[in-house]
Design a protein around this ligand. Structure first.
Ligand SMILES: [Zn+2]
Length: 149
């Protein structure tokens, strides 16, 4: 799919770093958010190009709830956060492909960054979590997912 970041990465699945294939099934793929200043910020993506939740298949829809709850549990285990935020917008250029943000909201998260303002931690530039750290976190999330069923 031309111009779609998620589909471009999916097309190269076999060569993806750990943080871009933390967990997968036939319908969904879990990644660490890129260019993001908050360690443990996960994104759940359908493995085919979909731009509206209304286009999800019955099978994709059936798996969605379980994935979101398991990711919330895993992110709580890995980051020690109080709870996980979940959001789906798909408005940025190149990122219209449906994707669910699963965001660790720790006790230490500044009040001015709570709720939708947490998106101020994206497009982080030099403050972004490094690829090395995303891979470490990805490994911990994968391990935690194995224990939170
Ligand atoms: Zn796509």
């Amino acid at each position: 799919m031309t111009g779609c970041y998620a589909c471009g990465r999916e097309a190269g699945f076999e060569g993806l770093p750990l943080y871009e294939r933390i967990a997968v099934d036939a319908h969904w793929r879990v990644v660490h958010a890129v260019d993001c200043a908050l360690p443990g910020w996960l994104v759940l993506l359908p493995r085919r190009h979909v731009v509206s939740m209304a286009e999800l298949s019955e099978a994709e829809a059936a798996a969605l709830g379980g994935w979101l709850v398991r990711l919330a549990r895993a992110v709580e285990v890995v980051t020690g956060c109080e709870k996980a935020y979940v959001a789906q917008f798909g408005e940025a250029a190149g990122f219209r492909h449906v994707h669910f943000h699963v965001v660790p909201r720790g006790r230490e998260l500044a009040v001015e960054l709570r709720g939708p303002r947490v998106f101020g931690l994206l497009r982080a530039g030099e403050r972004a979590v490094s690829e090395e750290e995303m891979n470490v976190i990805g490994g911990k999330v994968a391990a935690a997912l194995g224990e939170v069923r």
